[in-house]
Design a protein around this ligand. Structure first.
Ligand code: URA
Length: 205
């Protein structure tokens, strides 16, 4: 399943992220704001239970989240920038990291770093800002599943159709939550229109 964030504020933020004149400090702030919107949207079906509280005026019943452990798994390096917005709204989130590199001979991504909290029975969100070919994200999801995680959600700022198709092919149980679905990849596997290299835009490299 693909879910695209449809909100005027999301469109506004994405347009400024794309703009090559947007400076790193602004880029970081905008990326964080968009991730917060994605975090809220991707968790819209968290379970709740009824709770009665006293307002200063009367008693009323509302709903509160049922405690269900959440794990965010960031794909190194750019995925790290998407962790804090999740922590801002869900303070008890555990965080894992997966580092992947492409084998120059086979062109297959392999994991060179993996530090994961317990995953069994937890709601898992794999975060990576740019879903391009989908190779790294698919591999990271495989690592999550090998470590006991099931049906993680993938959260990205921009996705290419090629990346979405790769996830659907390898992990049909995974839903993909994106800020925007772009047109295509270019010959160098950059997303078009995209925003360039996310890590470079983030850190001004
Ligand atoms: N990674 C990026 O940072 N940008 C792209 O366009 C594709 C992958």
């Amino acid at each position: 399943m693909l879910r695209v964030l449809e909100h005027p504020l999301a469109s506004h933020i994405i347009t400024h992220l794309r703009d090559r004149t947007t400076k790193p400090a602004t880029f970081r702030a905008l990326a964080s704001q968009l991730t917060l919107m994605l975090a809220i949207d991707a968790t819209r079906d968290l379970a709740t239970e009824e709770k009665t509280v006293e307002t200063p005026l009367e008693s009323t019943s509302g709903r509160v989240l049922i405690h269900q452990p959440i794990v965010v798994v960031a794909i190194l390096r750019s995925g790290v920038s998407m962790v804090q917005p999740f922590l801002d709204v869900f303070p008890d989130v555990s965080v894992g990291y997966v580092g992947l590199e492409r084998d120059h001979v086979t062109a297959v991504a392999r994991s060179y770093y993996c530090k994961l909290p317990p995953l069994e029975g937890r709601r898992i969100f794999v975060v990576d800002p740019m879903l391009a070919t989908g190779g790294s994200a698919a591999q990271a999801i495989t690592v999550v599943k090998q470590n006991g995680g099931s049906a993680p959600r993938l959260v990205c700022i921009i996705a290419a159709p090629e990346g979405v198709a790769e996830i659907a092919r390898n992990h049909p149980d995974v839903s993909v939550h994106v800020g925007v679905l772009d047109r295509a990849l270019n010959a160098r596997k950059y997303i078009l229109p995209g925003l360039g290299d996310f890590g470079d835009r983030l850190y001004g490299t």
